[in-house]
Design a protein around this ligand. Structure first.
Ligand code: NAI
Ligand code: MG
Length: 503
């Protein structure tokens, strides 16, 4: 008991220190752009405001990159790619460079977590877990540097044919605001491990951890220009990066609508494109499932990060024989999820990212009711400050309704009954998206059969949302192009050269 109290106090002090350091950093003045190893103002001199979504208060100002800054950053990244020690570096030295970044993240994890919570609104326990994962991602890709292999190809006795896996060059990376430190880490670690240089454009709605991460990475002595960090708006900075003729690859995570614009912009020079887009993921519960676990996971996935997760299980398909029971239990459990101050340890849902996102989510709740679905929980407006939305559960949903087809990106669940395996698979796949899916059953054969039949880049069996940097992630259908994580993203940040020698 005494020990537990001591541990809890130590943990609280540690969190306070992280929060104190986060506030000191945020308050230390306007944030700038990182171009060619130097922190600079935007060419236009413009800045934008960073808002705390829990309080609607101003946190700080950030330099606003536009196309002139993107041009300068691309030139710096090109120069670093062509001239710095980065590209020809021994793979072991590159491993050490990525491991140093991982250690930096660990050393500053509490501060990074607190910055993320202040900027994005996610609960502190969640941002703390995410910061640890960010370090793990750098370690995982640090390990890959020495394992990026080519192949030898059979030939006649006087020939020698082999392949080399080479970096792509200058990578443009555009990330969203929902889990910024994770998004930045996967993009940075991927590009760096393969020997590329990069320009990262964080989202205008939550860019602070990306900026702090870039500062911490600079302290590890990467050559100038290897990493460039340019916060700015999508239509200006983002579009300029996607269109730029000297960018070799663009990696985008965000909405499917903007993903399509990225593809169009990429035709300027046929840069390589990978896209990690939206989802409307089916979570399928059969009657023989462990319903206790299934119900808990069903609530956790649609409420996690206030529903602002691309792989959230937002369509819950339940076998008709247990539909009423599951619907009732999901509703009851979701009602216990605490909404409020993300710095409080028992908070399950912080605010949404912005007033616009809150209004968008509320409009979907209205659309669900207007469309004839039955609202079991939620829907009332938050009265105080902050962009909060409580969990909302609909049942009586049919797959054709807007709330069952469109990505809402808020804590809204649609429960839909199914008759049998074929019906579950048909309905689960009846969407333009294909990012994730899950199946809950104790029947092993059925689990694997349904996992194969669901058209999604990732399928969980008897769990939901667990991730590992070694597991590839990405979309079928309009959920994206290519994969991130695992070996797959090594392929996405390298190109193959085949060499033939005649002896
Ligand atoms: P968004 O797709 O507009 O923003 C994502 C990133 O793309 C941001 O960095 C933004 O600045 C950039 N961007 C925007 N327009 C661009 C352009 N023309 N060229 C290049 N980059 C551009 O997402 P938004 O508007 O913040 O959120 C709207 C909806 O999109 C959400 O409600 C959600 O449904 C979906 N979304 C999905 C995400 C996912 O991971 N699946 C992440 C963020 C949003
Ligand atoms: Mg913000």
């Amino acid at each position: 008991m005494g020990n537990e109290t001591a541990t809890a106090t130590a943990a609280a002090n540690k969190a306070d220190t992280g929060l104190a350091r986060a506030l000191a950093w945020i308050g230390s003045g306007p944030k700038r752009l990182l171009i060619g190893g130097r922190w600079v103002e935007a060419a236009s001199g413009k800045t934008f405001e960073v808002i705390n979504p829990s309080t609607e208060e101003l946190l700080c100002h950030v330099a606003e990159a536009n196309s002139a800054d993107i041009d300068a950053a691309v030139a710096a990244a090109r120069h670093a790619f062509d001239n710095s020690s980065w590209v020809g570096m021994s793979p072991h030295a590159r491993t050490r460079a990525l491991l140093r970044i991982a250690d930096q993240i660990d050393r500053h994890a509490d501060e990074l977590a607190a910055i993320e919570t202040l900027d994005n609104g996610m609960p502190l326990w969640f941002s703390t877990a995410v910061a640890t994962t960010a370090a793990d991602i750098f370690r995982y890709y640090g390990g890959w540097c020495t394992k990026i292999l080519g192949s030898t190809i059979p030939s006649d006795a006087s020939g020698f044919v082999y392949t080399l896996r080479e970096p792509l060059g200058v990578c443009g990376q555009i990330i969203p605001w929902n889990v910024p430190i994770l998004m930045a880490s996967i993009k940075l670690a991927n590009a760096l491990c393969c020997g590329n240089t990069l320009i990262l454009k964080p989202a205008e709605l939550a860019c602070l951890t990306s900026l702090r991460l870039a500062e911490l990475i600079q302290e590890t002595d990467l050559p100038p220009g290897v990493i460039n960090m340019l916060p700015g708006f999508g239509a200006t900075a983002g579009a300029a990066l996607a269109l730029h003729p000297d960018v070799d690859k663009i990696a985008f995570t965000g909405s499917t609508a903007i993903g399509k614009q990225i593809v169009q912009a990429s035709t300027s020079n046929l840069k390589k494109v990978t896209l990690e887009l939206g989802g409307k993921s089916p979570n399928v519960i059969f009657a023989d499932a462990d319903l206790d676990k299934a119900v808990q996971a069903a609530v956790k996935t649609f409420c996690g990060n206030s529903g602002q997760v691309c792989s959230a299980g937002t369509r819950l398909f339940v076998h008709e024989s247990v539909h009423d029971e599951v619907s009732e239990r999901v509703t009851r459990l979701a009602a216990t999820y605490t909404v409020g101050d993300p710095l409080a340890p028992d908070t399950k849902l912080g605010p949404l990212i912005s007033a616009k996102q809150r209004d968008r989510v509320l409009s979907y709740i209205e659309a669900g009711q207007a469309g004839g679905a039955s609202l079991q929980l939620g829907g009332s407006q938050w009265s105080g400050r902050g962009y909060f939305v409580a969990p909302a559960v609909f049942d009586g949903v049919t797959n054709g309704m807007r709330i069952a087809q469109e990505e809402i990106f808020g804590p809204v669940l649609s429960i839909i009954p199914f008759r049998d395996e074929d019906d579950a698979v048909f309905k689960g796949n009846d969407t333009t998206y294909g990012l994730s899916a899950a199946v809950w059953t104790r029947d092993v054969a059925r689990a694997h059969k349904v996992a194969r039949a669901l058209k999604a880049g990732r399928v969980w069996i008897n769990t939901y949302g667990e991730a590992d940097p070694a597991m590839p992630f990405g979309g079928y259908k309009q959920s994206g192009w290519g994969r991130e994580f695992g070996q797959e993203s090594i392929d996405a940040y390298t190109q193959v050269k085949a060499v033939m020698l005649r002896m």
